[in-house]
Every structure is written in C-alpha cells, then in structure tokens.
Write a protein that binds this ligand. Structure first.
Ligand code: BEZ
Ligand code: FE
Length: 277
C-alpha cells in the first residue's frame, strides 16, 4: 500500500491489524488507532507538538521506578482511572461506591488486631476509626480482610518518606464476628499528589492544583463478595469539589468528629456487593 494520505491512512493502519488473533486486542487496537487519528485531525497536531508529546511521555516513563508510578498519576489526573473504576464498579444502590486505588497501595502491609494503632509512629493527630462491614442484604460479614492506608500530617505515605524503614499508617485487619472493626490511626489531611515530575508540569501549565481532599483508603476482601477499593473522605475538606484525581463520591464523605480529649473519631459502615451466583 503506497501513497497513503491523511484521508486514507487510518483505514490502512486498521487493515494492517486485521489478522490480530485475539478479538479483544483487535477491538482495542482498532479503536485506539481510530481515536488517536481523530484526535490528531481534530486539533490539527503539528510536528513540533507531536515531538513535545513524545518527549512528555518519555519523561513520564523515566520518572517511574518501584516507588513512583508517573503513568498512574497521569491516568489519574486525566480522569481515566476514575472513568475505568466507574465503568467497572456499577454496583446496586445501597452498596459502598468504589474509587481509585492510587499509587500508594503496597503488598505485605502489617497485620493488626482490633483497637491497635495502625499509625505506628506516623506524624498526625490521633484518630479512631470504626464501623461495620455488611452485605447488601444487611448481614454482617465476619472475617473480611480490610486493608487501610493513608498519608501522614505532612501529606506523605510511608513509602514516600526519605528514611522509610517500616510501614506506618497502613495495615491489615479482619472484621469481627458482627462485621465490626476498630483501629486507631492519625487524622487524614488533604495532601498534594506528587507534582515534581511531568504530571506536575502539566498541572501547572493548565492552571490546576495537585490537591486531594483528606481521605482514608480501604481495600476490603470477603469471600462471596466483590472486592471493594474505596476511600472515606472528611466532609470539612476544601478540596472535595476539586480533587486532582476526580475520586470523590458524595456517599463516601462523612463526619469526622473531634472528641473531648482532642482526638478524632470517624465511624463508617461498608456495604459489599455479593458476587453473582
Ligand atoms: C492517593 O489517594 O493515594 C492518590 C491517588 C491518585 C494519585 C495520587 C495519590
Ligand atoms: Fe490517598
């Protein structure tokens, strides 16, 4: 095929993928080619802009290592992560909604018992977290595995600390016989997503801020139920309507109350969706 021009090249590229054996891969590549070409046509992409785009993506890749995932940050700040979460977690009314996992979930967090201090030395005001895990039918779910993780008062997750030596403000608990859970940690505070890389440059160039409203992350796994990856947000946060990664759901926003001794308390009940029989 020769002499392709701006009107014929899209079909020619798609034809070149015609023998892709995996039908899903074929569908995705064909759609990607069509949308990329349509995008370039729509904005009449110049060669200089194409080079800038390649340079940007190259720098996104170079910024990634085992502790920093700049591509996830890019996906998050473009709303692609939340779109994917929303499309794949369309649960019945009454179930706790899902939101983005973010780049700071780690495997092998330490295990804790009810009442333990998951903060484990993290900087922040003391905060107790309690609630229940139930199914959509209202039945308590005993023995659900709950992973929790959060940033400290300086806005940093343990893995971001320069002298990171042990897990802090993250842990794994099991719900009790009545689906209940209770642990101590630190008060969640709003924090900026990492913005010292190309994604930060994009935010500056587009007059956007990098802040996320205060939240606790949860990942809850229970047999017979869909795994729930979500947050619980503080209702007094100034960034609830402008989350840098578009992750806020009103149903996940709740009161965090200050107690007489100055510590904080948040009480939140999770409702899991049973897996289809
Ligand atoms: C987080 O909440 O941990 C997070 C989510 C998206 C990007 C950066 C951080
Ligand atoms: Fe977070």
């Amino acid at each position: 095929m020769r002499n392709l021009n701006q009107d014929t090249i899209t079909q020619a590229v798609m034809a070149r993928f015609a023998n892709t054996p995996d039908p899903r891969l074929k569908e995705i590549i064909n759609s990607l080619v069509q949308h990329l070409h349509a995008f370039a046509r729509e904005v009449r992409l110049t060669e200089k802009e194409w080079e800038q785009g390649i340079d940007f993506l190259t720098r996104v890749g170079h910024k990634c290592d085992d502790k920093r995932q700049e591509f996830i940050l890019l996906s998050d700040t473009l709303g692609l992560s939340m779109l994917t979460v929303a499309m794949n977690n369309d649960k019945p009314d009454g179930c706790t909604e899902a939101t983005v996992v973010g780049p700071f979930h780690v495997e092998d967090a330490p295990h804790y018992e009810h009442g333990d201090d998951v903060g484990n030395g993290a900087v922040g005001q003391p905060c107790s977290v309690r609630g229940t895990v139930r199914g959509l039918d209202g039945k308590a779910i005993a023995g659900a595995t709950m992973e929790v993780w959060q940033a400290d008062a300086n806005g940093l997750y343990d893995v971001q600390l320069p002298d990171y030596a042990h897990a802090s403000a993250r842990g794994i608990l099991k719900s009790g016989p009545n689906g209940e859970f209770h642990f101590r940690s630190i008060l969640a505070e709003s924090y900026p997503i990492p913005h010292d890389g190309p994604v930060g440059e994009m935010l500056i160039a587009t007059n956007r801020h990098p802040w996320r409203p205060a939240h606790l992350h949860f990942m809850i796994v229970a047999e017979g139920y869909e795994t729930l990856t979500t947050h619980v947000f503080r209702n007094d946060d100034q960034y609830l309507d402008s989350d840098a990664v578009f992750g806020v759901r009103q149903s996940l926003v709740t009161d965090w109350t200050q107690q007489a001794d100055g510590s904080w308390l948040v009480d939140y009940d999770f409702v899991l969706n049973p897996v289809a029989a």
